[in-house]
Ligand binder design. Structure first.
Ligand SMILES: NC(=O)c1ccc[n+]([C@@H]2O[C@H](COP(=O)([O-])OP(=O)(O)OC[C@H]3O[C@@H](n4cnc5c(N)ncnc54)[C@H](O)[C@@H]3O)[C@@H](O)[C@H]2O)c1
Length: 373
């Protein structure tokens, strides 16, 4: 068995249809009386939450921008300090959670997060922000929410197309958690279950967006996947996505969906056990995990290529330099040739070729390397 260090990043989790009604009690439980409520403007559930929290809300922030521009975080943090907030309540997708984290990083004020997509950021001590067209990420225990409230009902209005991409984003956390440096037997079990839940739920969410059971299972998978990301860490896939998102301002979840099958193919030969495990959780042939990810993305209408997302082919060289310079911890060394191939494959968007299964791979049999078509 592989040696490991298991260092759990954990928040209190309240998960139920209708759980948002418990937020005032959860705030009281934390001893908070001065809430900065962060929710995108125009959200009806934001209005309802503000009403439920009543006089605890000392300020509201509605400017939520993808990839957390640093000046927005600076201004929101100033409001938190001016109003002497003692709790940040964020309601929304990864962008709202991300802004709350950037404020927590600047002020030390704790977070209660209510996620409404499958981004999973609420379960990680990882912050990210963008300045001068570069995304910076880091880890800090202060940004890990103290409480996470998951209410599948809040996700019923998430459009099928957004849900599909967001679900692939969640899947990416679980996939990288199977081979990342911080993987342990526990995170592997969580990742297996996250993959199983997401692969089962996403087609049902897309077919019937108001199916509360399907929404609940997708959110459950997203919770586990976010936990895996926060505990086990990440590899080349997340680094590629951060570079593309931060530098070319591409839509975060769609980029994850378009890159994931090719990142898995990139790592296939270096992480055969993780790939076999992933294939098993996806119900695919042992050597076909990257292809099965592509099939799932296609089946749910999520992105399978970077080209339609606005990533230009002439940007591959710069993107490759940025990814290689960031030197992500990854089972296969991250070099110019490999990343260039990965990005071109993600631009072409064709189904990755299957490789031989783990038994032949571990025997060093022919056809062992992962493949792009
Ligand atoms: N730090 C981490 O651990 C981590 C992990 C994952 C993602 N992230 C960050 O999260 C951000 C992306 O998050 P995202 O993909 O959730 O995008 P997002 O928060 O921007 O949401 C995507 C879209 O969905 C809408 N939306 C959200 N919830 C909805 C709902 N319930 N009903 C209807 N519409 C809804 C939003 O208004 C937005 O238009 C990126 O900045 C990414 O870097 C960070």
């Amino acid at each position: 068995m592989r040696a490991f260090v298991h260092d759990t990043a954990a928040a209190r989790v309240v998960f139920a249809p209708g759980a948002v009604d418990r937020v005032p009690d959860e705030a009281d439980r934390l001893g908070a009386g001065r809430v900065l409520l962060i929710a995108e403007g125009g959200r009806p559930d934001g209005e309802a939450l503000a009403e439920a929290l009543g006089p605890r809300v000392v300020a509201r922030w509605s400017e939520v921008v993808m990839h957390v521009p640093a000046p927005v975080a600076d201004r929101a943090a100033q409001v938190a300090m001016d109003r002497r907030a003692d709790l940040l309540v964020s309601l929304g997708g990864g962008s709202a959670t991300g802004l709350a984290k950037a404020v927590a990083l600047r002020t030390g004020v704790p977070i209660l997060a209510i996620p409404t997509t499958y981004a999973g950021s609420e379960m990680t001590p990882i912050w990210g922000q963008t300045a001068d067209a570069r995304k910076t990420t880091g880890r800090d225990p202060r940004v890990l929410p103290r409480v996470v409230v998951y209410d599948p009902r809040l996700t019923l209005g998430l459009p099928a197309r957004v849900a599909a991409g967001s679900g692939m984003n969640a899947l990416a956390h679980a996939v990288e958690g199977l081979y990342s440096a911080g993987a342990s037997p526990v995170t592997a079990l969580l990742a297996d279950e996250a993959v199983r839940a997401l692969a089962s739920a996403l087609p049902r969410v897309v077919a019937a967006p108001t199916d509360l059971d399907a929404r609940g299972e997708a959110l459950y998978g997203a919770w586990l996947a976010g936990w895996v990301l926060g505990t086990a860490g990440m590899g080349v896939h997340h680094k590629v996505c951060h570079v593309l998102g931060g530098t070319w301002n591409l839509p975060h979840a769609d980029v994850h969906s378009a890159v994931l099958p090719y990142a898995a193919a990139f790592n296939a030969s270096a992480a055969p056990e993780a790939m076999a495990r992933l294939a098993n959780a996806l119900g695919a042939d042992p050597g076909d995990a990257p292809g099965a990810l592509w099939d799932l993305a296609r089946a749910v209408g999520a992105a399978t290529s970077l080209a339609p997302l606005g990533f230009p082919a002439d940007a591959v060289a710069l993107a490759t330099d940025l990814v290689v310079a960031a030197a992500p911890d990854n089972p296969r060394p991250v070099d110019q040739t490999g990343v260039t191939e990965l990005l071109h494959a993600a631009l072409r968007g064709q189904r990755p070729a299957a490789t031989v299964g783990i038994h032949q791979a571990s025997l060093g049999g022919p056809g062992h390397r992962g493949g792009y078509s």
